[in-house]
Design a protein around this ligand. Structure first.
Ligand code: INI
Length: 157
């Protein structure tokens, strides 16, 4: 039996990325953005490969992610945000809604939409995930975007 196996490669050359990021908790989201851009650059992204769109908060991410995804201009969309539970009463609701919306957008637009919206229980967790003990979730999201964008091209369907 001859099995054809397809896997993504971590090469960003010739891929275009739309990135949507929230200003809420920007002390952290700027670090997520730094990580994401560093990752794309290190994986060979072209000079003009990335468009960054800023939105007020995580709730506003899905609409812009959708606009980017359906535009036909990007091979993958990366969403970056920081929801810290307990900051406001509705923080708990936001995270689930945004995650669900991003999955639906990806399926509808047929474009990878990578969820790099960090949900932290407290400030310590936020610090850990935005470029310290637990790495940088922006970096991870960008790497997933590179792999998925390449994979979608490779599969060709
Ligand atoms: N937005 C965030 O991105 N992170 C949060 O932690 C957060 N909290 O805690 O409330 C938050 N709220 C704002 C929200 O995303 C909208 O911008 C706002 O409700 C206006 O629609």
């Amino acid at each position: 039996m001859k099995i054809r196996e397809i896997g993504g490669e971590l090469m960003a050359q010739k891929l275009r990325f739309g990135l949507v990021i929230s200003r809420f908790n920007d002390m952290f989201t700027t670090q997520l953005l730094r990580g994401a851009l560093d990752c794309l650059q290190r994986h060979g992204a072209d000079e003009d490969a990335v468009t960054v769109v800023w939105v007020p908060g995580a709730c506003e991410i899905p609409l812009i992610a959708q606009k980017l995804a359906v535009s036909g201009k990007y091979d993958a969309v990366i969403a970056l945000g920081m929801v810290i539970q307990g900051a406001t009463p509705h923080a708990g609701l936001i995270s689930g809604q945004v995650a669900r919306a991003l999955t639906q957008i990806a399926m509808k637009a047929d474009v990878p939409v990578i969820d790099g919206v960090v949900v932290a229980d407290n400030l310590d967790q936020a610090i850990e995930r935005a470029g310290s003990k637990a790495g940088n979730r922006g970096w991870n999201a960008a790497l997933t975007a590179v792999e998925m964008a390449g994979l979608c091209k490779k599969i060709g369907v």
